[in-house]
Write a protein that binds this ligand. Structure first.
Ligand SMILES: Cc1cc2nc3c(=O)[nH]c(=O)nc-3n(C[C@H](O)[C@H](O)[C@H](O)COP(=O)(O)OP(=O)(O)OC[C@H]3O[C@@H](n4cnc5c(N)ncnc54)[C@H](O)[C@@H]3O)c2cc1C
Length: 443
């Protein structure tokens, strides 16, 4: 049995993945309690070659890693950045430092990431290294632990080119990093959420008043427990104030849905080719749908109902391959989280087939969202904005500027409904049925 002294000086490597924070980080706390820590983040070229990721994910992650680097340095041990296959990187670090424990958090949503984690676990066991994969889990929020210094070069992040990532202009992407996430959490619970209800919010309302926490949770710069704790505090603060009940209830429900999605078995996209063409280019001639696609491309974010509608039109009205739809969207969503994304897409593919014009009118009753993202329609009167093809002057006014609709949405919706009954067309074959009531995507 190791003496208490040797246990206290044990060197553990903490492998960061989608947990880019030092606060409430069970793996870091466990490692620090045992002695010295090598905190490592690995840019794995195989991960960045996957069809569902893009340079905007890298940009967001880069922001987050900068913050993590600073926070770790402040605790005493800077982050070690390496590029390569994790088994090879870890083998080299093990040969140099002889760490005895490898601690990480369990991979949840992605079957690919789970398989990679399993490969690393097998390597660790073979190398005589104790393997610990923790749930990010329940319990109290953990403080950031002090970290005694281990001498090791910190390394640098590879560039986009080295990872084979194409440039991806996303001019209004949410900035990554913990400070930005904390600011959104605080402003949602103290100001922005007042009077907000996602079930009735417009696309612009959700953009302004929604929590906007998704990318920060997806990359783990905020822990779900921290968000829960802030929510519990806000509940106390706003107790009895009905203006706040919608926002607080919504966040609690979505965090529950998030946990359920993370706990479920991963769903895999069956293909590897993202959708292309008018839907992907925001050129379907259906103004609200084009506005949502363009907004997503430029900002990396859409509210849940607009996202669901955009996906539904791709899958149902335009009969695009659901996996191709999901891959195009995953590349555009800064908050891409495989556990949530593929489950949400499945829910859209198996769910009610919406009327895109009527739904668009509910999500953008004044047409302000369309006017922002589809400036070609500036001269179309409000009354015709959602369906300009029904306006007699549209053909002349919009010729060469904005396409006619690629499908008549009513006819395409009917055809999709007819094709789908009585057996729904599955997006993917889940290895196990997802827990009931997982999605709150009300179209
Ligand atoms: C086709 C499609 C794809 C989607 N892909 C993603 C994705 O890759 N990543 C992602 O985070 N969300 C995804 N969503 C869910 C949802 O659209 C976003 O979480 C939401 O728009 C983010 O905004 P918010 O942070 O203001 O969310 P809020 O409504 O404030 O929700 C708070 C948090 O709960 C989680 N959450 C929200 N909705 C769900 C849900 N239905 N299931 C599980 N967890 C949820 C997110 O972490 C979110 O940040 C997808 C939805 C659809 C219809």
């Amino acid at each position: 049995m190791p003496s208490q002294d040797s246990a206290l000086t044990m060197l553990s490597l903490v492998w960061f993945t989608r947990d880019l924070r030092v606060q409430d980080h069970p793996a870091l706390s466990l490692a620090a309690a045992g002695g010295r820590v090598l905190p490592v983040w690995i840019a794995d070229p195989a991960e960045w070659a996957r069809p569902e990721v893009s340079a905007r994910h890298w940009g967001f992650l880069d922001d987050c890693l900068r913050g993590l680097r600073a926070d770790l340095a402040e605790l005493g041990q800077p982050l070690i950045l390496r590029t390569g296959d994790p088994v090879e990187v870890l083998t080299r670090l093990q040969a140099k430092h002889g760490f005895l424990r490898l601690i990480t958090h369990q991979e949840t949503g992605s079957a690919w990431a789970r398989a990679r984690q399993q490969r690393v676990a097998d390597w660790a066991r073979g190398a005589g290294v104790e393997w610990v994969a923790l749930a990010q889990g329940d319990g109290p929020v953990l403080p950031a632990p002090p970290l005694p210094m281990v001498v090791e070069g910190t390394g640098a992040l590879p560039g986009l080119k080295a990872l084979g990532l194409a440039e991806d202009r996303c001019p209004y992407r949410q900035p990554g990093g913990r400070a930005a996430g904390l600011q959104l959490l605080e402003s949602y619970l103290s100001v922005r959420g007042q009077g907000y209800s996602p079930a009735t919010a417009t696309a612009l309302g959700a953009e302004r008043a929604g929590s906007r926490l998704s990318p920060y949770l997806a990359y783990g710069v905020l822990s779900p427990r921290e968000v829960q704790a802030a929510l519990a505090e806000a509940r106390q603060r706003w107790r009895g104030n009905s203006d706040w009940s919608g926002a607080l209830r919504a966040l609690a429900a979505q965090l529950r849905a998030r946990t359920q999605a993370q706990d479920a078995l991963p769903l895999m996209p069956p293909g590897d080719t993202p959708a292309t063409g008018p839907w992907a280019d925001g050129q379907t001639g259906l103004p609200f749908i084009d506005a949502t696609m363009r907004a997503l491309a430029a900002t990396g974010w859409l509210d849940a109902r607009s996202r669901a509608l955009l996906a539904a039109v791709g899958v149902h009205h335009l009969a695009l391959n659901p996996s191709a739809v999901g891959l195009h969207l995953s590349r555009l969503c800064t908050d891409y989280d495989p556990a949530i994304h593929w489950r949400a897409l499945q829910s859209v593919a198996l769910g009610r087939i919406p009327d895109p014009v009527a739904m668009g009118q509910r999500l953008d009753p004044q047409g302000a969202f369309i006017r922002r993202w589809v400036p070609e329609l500036a001269r179309v009167p409000d009354a015709h904005l959602h369906a300009p093809w029904l306006w007699p002057r549209a053909r002349k006014l919009l010729a060469g500027r904005y396409p006619e609709p690629v499908v008549d949405p009513a006819t395409a919706g009917r055809a999709a409904r007819a094709e789908r009954t009585p057996v729904p067309r599955p997006l993917v074959t889940p290895r196990k049925r997802a827990p009931k009531g997982q999605m709150a995507l009300d179209l």
